[in-house]
Design a protein around this ligand. Sequence first.
Ligand code: ATP
Ligand code: MG
Length: 332
Amino acid sequence: MTLLNVEDLTVTYATDDEPVHAVNDVSFTIDEGVNYGLAGESGSGKSTAAEALLGLLPGNGTVESGTIEFKGTDLTSLSDAERRDILWEDIAYIPQSAMDSLDPVMSTGDQIAQAIHTHRNVTDAKARDRVRELFEIVGLDPDRIDDYPHEFSGGMRQRVTIAMALALEPDLIIADEPTTGLDVIVQDKIIDKILEIQERMDSSLLLITHEIGVIAETCDELSILYGGKVMEQGSVDNVLVNPTNPYTMGLKNSFPEIDEGDEDPVAIPGSPPNLNQEPTACVFQDRCPFATDECGESHPDLVDLPNRNHRSACHRVKEAAQMRQAADEPET
Ligand code: ATP
Ligand code: MG
């Protein structure tokens, strides 16, 4: 069954200058029990997409168009506040840099208890019991609920934010860069913990990260964003094993561990697109080694490929196999 269906979501930010077109016509669907990845370089619109669906955009952000259905209910007709109330019950959100935004002068347990009190009418004792239980779930010592954020390491603080997000037993966990800034061993542990919890609570997961290696390990399906556009989408097996979009190919080569690590990572040359105008050409055109004149004329539609659960936005999608081969050849 479909849990979340985002259709043609477009989000802009007002600035003193031109508006920023951060998310452009983005569509994706998360079915129950599915782990879904949202990948893309910094600035591709990942956090904006998540904040828009949660009703948590900053004041200068506007959802220009699109529909967001959660469990069959269209959320776009609701106010941001109404949407947040509905979603809090069902969606756990671990925002980007969550572990740095814990209140330094309040004990971690009190912060979680406060979140519980906001949404549930429970006694202080009950809330504390629940906090102890949540600490155990995320692998923290329940005797430390009165400790303050600075008394924990980065990885432990991230566990606190995960515990807070889980307080209400969500159907969907949205985690925005949950491991960025942590060392590699701690990263693995956090990812394992999120997966363990997600399985135990039988929730779905929307994992947002620029590291597609992490998505390859943990997700069933993904969307690759670039310049606020979905470039490629579908099952992890299709998209990451046989990418059909030059952007995905470049992104994959910049994270070689998912390719058995036989080559050094190669960052995609060039810089991200100007988001101050709606795309009139393929957003990846300037950096694409395979761009032709057609690519300068329009941004390609996201089209279904013949194999199941695979979509790509590329004017040269029919030549995907040749492009893939050329992209994989080491530079001479
Ligand atoms: P990162 O990997 O760095 O977290 P991201 O994919 O989450 O990046 P977003 O944070 O969604 O990207 O930003 C998308 C674009 O919108 C970027 O160009 C960013 O500079 C711009 N942007 C984000 N927030 C605002 C804001 N409040 N006002 C104006 N522009 C913004
Ligand atoms: Mg972000």
